[in-house]
Ligand binder design. Structure first.
Ligand SMILES: [Zn+2]
Length: 268
């Protein structure tokens, strides 16, 4: 966090075209998150962590409520790996291809909408961004690349979910929770779906920026700048990317530069 640095665009106080651009992006992201979370919760109903919980409770007896830090870290890592192995089994469920398809479609819509946003920013006309909620766009974007990106998203989400579940289970085991209480903890992590939201928003944001870059390229823009956006804070990575702007269009960094990065590109 860089305290003395104001973001270039202030989210929440945007007006005109940029306000329309971020409204559109938010709607796209929220729609994608809603679809992905619904499918994820359906899929996760088949998750069985009985063996993982039994093993954990054997390793962490309630009497030993404050194990040494090294041992705790080890147990957490082993539990994360065991949970991840169970989560990986979900990928052979019939619902899994639907989740991949929802992500791929969300990225495709993101790229198409990002392209429209790029043209809107270039002409300072946000009017055409208000409609077209369900447009699938043109054929921009590479289906193979979108599929590969969807698998990257799901790998990150499964890993993050495994970490969140393992953390919750370890804490519960240390507090002497019974299996019922541990299952409640797992259910809460699954319902929350934080790792899925983060991964989905970040992936749609990446597709969106690719779409904006497409639009700038179509307009013959030679140089692009990274622009930071207020979202409670501006991180050093993004400030540095903005300070090093402008870049040749072909080699400009493409936000998101980190999970949930809200930065964008504009012509220099
Ligand atoms: Zn950023």
């Amino acid at each position: 966090m860089v305290a003395d640095r104001a973001p270039t665009l202030q989210l929440g106080q945007l007006t005109g075209t940029w306000a329309a651009v971020y409204r559109r992006r938010d709607r796209l992201e929220q729609r994608a998150v809603g679809q992905v979370l619904a499918l994820w919760r359906e899929l996760a109903a088949a998750l069985d962590l009985t063996a993982v919980m039994t093993a954990l409770r054997q390793q962490i007896a309630p009497a030993e409520s404050t194990p040494a830090a090294d041992r705790r870290r080890h147990v957490q890592q082993v539990t994360t790996a065991a949970v991840l192995a169970q989560l990986a089994r979900l990928t052979s469920r019939p619902e899994w291809p639907q989740l991949i398809a929802a992500l791929t479609a969300a990225m495709h819509r993101g790229r198409a909408a990002g392209t429209r946003a790029g043209h809107a920013v270039a002409t300072d006309d946000g009017g055409e961004l208000s409609g077209g909620e369900d447009d699938q766009g043109d054929d921009a974007g590479d289906a193979d690349a979108e599929l590969a990106a969807a698998y990257t998203v799901t790998a990150a989400a499964l890993r993050g979910t495994a970490q969140n579940i393992a953390r919750a289970l370890l804490t519960a085991a240390e507090q002497g929770a019974d299996e019922r209480a541990m299952l409640d903890q797992v259910a809460a992590v699954i319902r929350d779906g934080a790792a899925w939201s983060t991964s989905t928003i970040t992936a749609v944001g990446a597709a969106w920026t690719d779409g904006m870059a497409d639009a700038y390229q179509q307009r013959g823009v030679q140089e692009l700048s990274v622009v930071t956006v207020g979202d409670g804070h501006v991180c050093p990575t993004c400030v540095n990317a903005e300070d090093a702007s402008p870049y040749p269009a072909a080699t400009a960094p493409r936000p998101p530069l980190h999970p949930l990065c809200r930065c964008t590109l504009q012509s220099a």
